[in-house]
Structure formats: structure tokens, C-alpha cells
Write a protein that binds this ligand. Structure first.
Ligand SMILES: *Cc1c(COP(=O)(O)O)cnc(C)c1O
Length: 391
């Protein structure tokens, strides 16, 4: 059987895959089993921050693999401690809990909020207010947090204690907090899976102020927006707010599984021995990879991310077949006249890998995509969006 047939026979059918098997790559170019090359404008859904098999990243990973690939959390390891320090120094947060995915990073954020609220205000303060159209993960609790009904239908009953406010409507957030004895409000500054929708500055700052004044925690889900993606180290930094908890994953380790939940001043000591844990969390190889990734996300790189994002935007705004461009930095959504899925299929044919998010074509290229490669990709995308274009 071919790899595609084997996969269809033996891998659980949760993914509608394109009929392409990726076998290798370098930087922002990947190759399929037939030898065809593609420019990767999705970076594994914002994961391979410095592209495929990047030399610096690879060295950080292989050096650590040759030393110790895993140790239980009963003992100290250097990459975990150094990464926690780096994350705290660069954000002002106080402590970090490491896990393996975005959903787990959010689970930890929710646990921290519930425990903190129970201890400071009473166990009845357990509700987490999230936004409609949000995406927070696939575990039963993070599905409950996700404000999209169609994800909920098959898996009732979900974890109780989640309500969903209208994005952009501060009064709705306040009303839900008051009616439900809220422990926390959890938001994505830019809804990624929801269609690359940027939240208003006034809305985010309004939530932060209201939460602060009412003893409610602000949790920011930076799983997709974090680690340089939007042109700031974390997207909340574009808003000038100070969250109590920040969760991140996707791009953090540049292609290895790692989730991190950053705990601010109020909640820094909410967890004691045995209150939470993870066998793989803080894995030394993932942490060494993340140290390498984060140390390269400096002002120069962030400036380049913003410049490349602005360049893509300038090419796409007013282009035939593109009605609007949303997003920040290298997290962009194109509202196209043709159905997004049709554009993405044409791009694939034309040698460019793109993503969709709801009705948008979503672009999440590697943060260091070379300008020449980006130019080639965008010319294919523009051609595929144009009404007469066929890729
Ligand atoms: C992808 C994503 C998640 C889930 O991350 P997993 O690693 O798939 O568990 C959670 N929140 C946001 C905003 C995401 O984009």
C-alpha cells in the first residue's frame, strides 16, 4: 500500500488531508514524495517558527538529545530552568508551568484561575468567561472554553462553568461576569481559528481594567499569537495590558511539542507540590529548542516580521479577488471572493501551502521567511485569488 493508503486505513480519520506526502524540506521550502517543491506559508499552523530543519534549531535539539532526552520532573534539568527564566524576564511574568500542547497550557491556566478564585473569593467563583468564535483546544475542558457550538455537539456533557461573550462587546463581558460569579476572562487577542479576527484595543483594555478592578483574572491565550507571530513577542504586548496568566505553545519550540503557562504576580504561588503535573512537561529537548527559538526572537527579528507582514498586506489590499486583509505581523487572513478552500487548493497546485480559518485564507509563514521566497509565494497567492486565475 502507498503511504496515503496506509494512512487512510490505519490512522484515525480526524484529518481531511490534501493528497500530498511531505518528505523533506529546508527553511520555508518543503518537498513531497514526487519531488515537487512547495513554499510553506502555513509553517505547520504557526509551529516551525524558523522553518523546516533550520540549522541553528537543529543544533540546539541534537546537542540536547545527545546529553539527556528526557528526565522525570522529580529532578532538575537545565533547559527547563533556563527557559522559564527567559520567559519570565521577557514578559515580567513570575513562574512557568510546562506542558506539551496548547490545550494543556490552557487547562493549566483554567486550573490556576479556579484555584486562585476559590482561595481568594470562594469556590462558587469558578466561571470562566470566554468569547464567542474563540478556539482554546480539543480537550473536554478547553472545548467547553471554545465559543463555537459546532465543536461541542458530539461530546456532551462538557466541563461546566464556561460562558461565552460577544467579541467587542465589553458590556456583555461585564454582564456575564456579574451573572456568573466569574473567576476569570480568557481571550485570544487575535482569534486565529475563528478567522484571524483582531480584537479592538478598547475592548481588550476595557476587559483588563474591569477584571483588575473586580478581582477577576485575565487569561490570554497566546497559543497561536505568541512567540513573535504578530510582530511583538506576545500579542498582548501590542495592547499594553498585563495579563494574569498567559498560555502559549505552537511556535514556542519551533516544531517540537511544548506548552507553557506563564503565571503573573497574583497567581505565581497558586500551585504547590502535587497540585498539577505532566510527565513530558518541560522535556529538555523541547526546552532546548524553545531557548534557541526565543533567543532569536529579538527586536531585529520582530521588526522584520512587522515589515514582511506590512509588505504582504500592501500586495493583497485591493488585489483582484481579495476583499479584505486582517491580522497582525505574520498572522494574516485574506477574505477572498472565491471560497477560501478553493484558493488554498489552487495555491497547493501552484506550489504554495496556505491554510484556511473559517472563511479566510490564513497565512502563517516562518518568522524568518526570506523576502525572495515570500515574493514568489505571494505572486502565486495573488494569481489564485484573482477571479480569472486558476493557479
Ligand atoms: C491551536 C490552538 C490551541 C490548541 O493547541 P493544541 O496544541 O492543538 O492543543 C489553543 N488555542 C489557540 C488560540 C490555538 O490556536
Amino acid at each position: 500500500m502507498s503511504i496515503q493508503e496506509l494512512d487512510r486505513q490505519y490512522v484515525a480519520g480526524t484529518y481531511k488531508r490534501f493528497p500530498v506526502e511531505i518528505v523533506s524540506g529546508k527553511g520555508s521550502v518543503v518537498r513531497d514524495a514526487a519531488g515537487k517543491e512547495y513554499i510553506d506559508m502555513g509553517s505547520g499552523i504557526g509551529v516551525t517558527a524558523f522553518g523546516i530543519a533550520d540549522d541553528v534549531w537543529q543544533k540546539a535539539v541534537t546537542d540536547q538529545i545527545g546529553r539527556v532526552q528526557h528526565m522525570s520532573n522529580l529532578y532538575y534539568t537545565e533547559p527547563c530552568a533556563r527557559l522559564a527564566e527567559m520567559l519570565c524576564r521577557r514578559t515580567g511574568m513570575k513562574k512557568v508551568f510546562f506542558s506539551n500542547s496548547g490545550a494543556e497550557a490552557n487547562e493549566c491556566a483554567i486550573k490556576a484561575a479556579r484555584k486562585y478564585a476559590a482561595e481568594t473569593r470562594g469556590a462558587e467563583y469558578s466561571t470562566i468567561v470566554t468569547l464567542k468564535n474563540s478556539f482554546h483546544g480539543r480537550t473536554l475542558t478547553t472545548l467547553a472554553a471554545t465559543g463555537q457550538e459546532h465543536y461541542h455537539e458530539l461530546y456532551q456533557p462538557l466541563t461546566p462553568g464556561f460562558v461565552h461573550a460577544e467579541p467587542g462587546d465589553l458590556d456583555d463581558v461585564k454582564r456575564l461576569c456579574e451573572e456568573n460569579k466569574a473567576a476569570a476572562v480568557m481571550i485570544e487577542c487575535i482569534q486565529g481559528e475563528g478567522g484571524v479576527l483582531v480584537q479592538d484595543k478598547d475592548f481588550v483594555c476595557g476587559i483588563a481594567r474591569y477584571a483588575q478592578e473586580n478581582g477577576i483574572l485575565l487569561l490570554v491565550d497566546e497559543v497561536q499569537t505568541g512567540n513573535g507571530r504578530t510582530g511583538a513577542l506576545y500579542a498582548y504586548m501590542n495592547y499594553g495590558v498585563e495579563p494574569d496568566v498567559v498560555s502559549t505553545a505552537k511556535g514556542l519550540a519551533g516544531g517540537l511539542p511544548l506548552g507553557a503557562t506563564l503565571l503573573g504576580e497574583k497567581v505565581q504561588n497558586v500551585f504547590g507540590y502535587g497540585d498539577h503535573g505532566s510527565t513530558f512537561g518541560g522535556n529538555p529537548v523541547s526546552c532546548a529548542a524553545a531557548l534557541s527559538v526565543l533567543s532569536r526572537i529579538d527586536e531585529a527579528l520582530l521588526t522584520a516580521v512587522r515589515a514582511k507582514g506590512a509588505w504582504i498586506r500592501a500586495q493583497c489590499e485591493d488585489a483582484p479577488g481579495i476583499e479584505a486583509v486582517s491580522g497582525m505581523g505574520l498572522m494574516l487572513g485574506l477574505k477572498t471572493t472565491k471560497p477560501a478552500a478553493e484558493v488554498v487548493a489552487a495555491c497547493l497546485e501552484g506550489g504554495v501551502l496556505c491554510l484556511t480559518a473559517k472563511d479566510k485564507v490564513r497565512l502563517l509563514p516562518a518568522l524568518n521567511i526570506p523576502m525572495g521566497t515570500l515574493e514568489r509565494a505571494v505572486s502565486v497567492i495573488l494569481r489564485c485569488c484573482a477571479p480569472e486565475g486558476n493557479g
